[in-house]
Design a protein around this ligand. Structure first.
Ligand code: GAR
Length: 215
């Protein structure tokens, strides 16, 4: 299992995934981390784990698609099994999405289809939702709306702020993202239309967030 991970910022999901590989919970490796931001802390995380990392500057390309064509060419050289968006805060062109269809996954800090787009945690607070959470999904051309691999539910308490809710959701992000990647690496995932079925997942046997097994 060979991954390329795209980041834009802090890189805490990158860290959780890297740690899962390091501990042998997932077999394989991250062969490359790419950032569209020069000062992304995630680039340091990559160095800490000895993973090759590169900054690719979008500002030297005229259009979104030109940048994405450049990235696709670079990523394809790695011949990855999976391309993982981990806090990659750039809209992807159709060209990019088509290039890795079925091999491109993302994590979003809400229970999709609720609260897609930016500041999902703030949207949940402002809406007055009583539960939110996070979603790992395959990426399709519709923003944050691809077939769902795994979700974790997080209660929203009256005293929660955008920051406290984000922190609570993040703890689950760090569990569900490695879990989803492990399932994919084990070939246990089948997609039937919008349904993602995980062979042998213990759905419904645990009281909360039932599909979380290993993380
Ligand atoms: C995470 O909360 C992730 O779900 C979110 O950005 C954060 C990145 O944190 N992604 C999105 O909102 C994508 N729509 P990290 O850099 O520490 O992993």
């Amino acid at each position: 299992m060979k991954l390329v991970v795209l980041i834009s910022g802090r890189g805490s999901n990158l860290k959780a995934i890297s740690q899962a590989f390091k501990e042998g919970k997932i077999e394989g490796k991250i062969s490359l981390v790419i950032s569209n931001k020069k000062d992304a802390h995630g680039l340091e995380v990559a160095r800490e784990y000895g993973i090759p990392s590169e900054f690719h500057d979008p500002s030297i390309f005229e259009t979104r698609e030109e940048y994405d064509r450049h990235l696709v060419e670079r990523i394809k050289k790695e011949n990855p099994d999976l391309v993982v968006l981990a806090g990659y805060m750039r809209i992807l062109s159709d060209y990019f999405i088509e290039s890795f269809e079925g091999k491109l996954i993302n994590i979003h800090p809400s229970l999709t289809p609720a609260f897609t787009g930016l500041k999902a945690q703030k949207q949940a607070i402002q809406y007055g939702a009583k539960f939110s959470g996070c979603t790992v999904h395959f990426v399709t051309k519709e923003l944050d709306a691809g077939p769902v691999i795994i979700q974790a539910v997080v209660p929203v308490r009256p005293e929660d702020t955008e920051e406290t809710l984000s922190d609570k959701i993040l703890q689950y992000e760090h569990r569900v993202y490695p879990q989803a990647i492990k399932w994919i690496s084990e070939g246990r995932i089948k997609i039937k239309g919008r349904q993602v079925i995980v062979e042998g997942a213990r759905y419904g046997t645990l009281p909360v967030n039932p599909a979380l097994e290993d993380f």
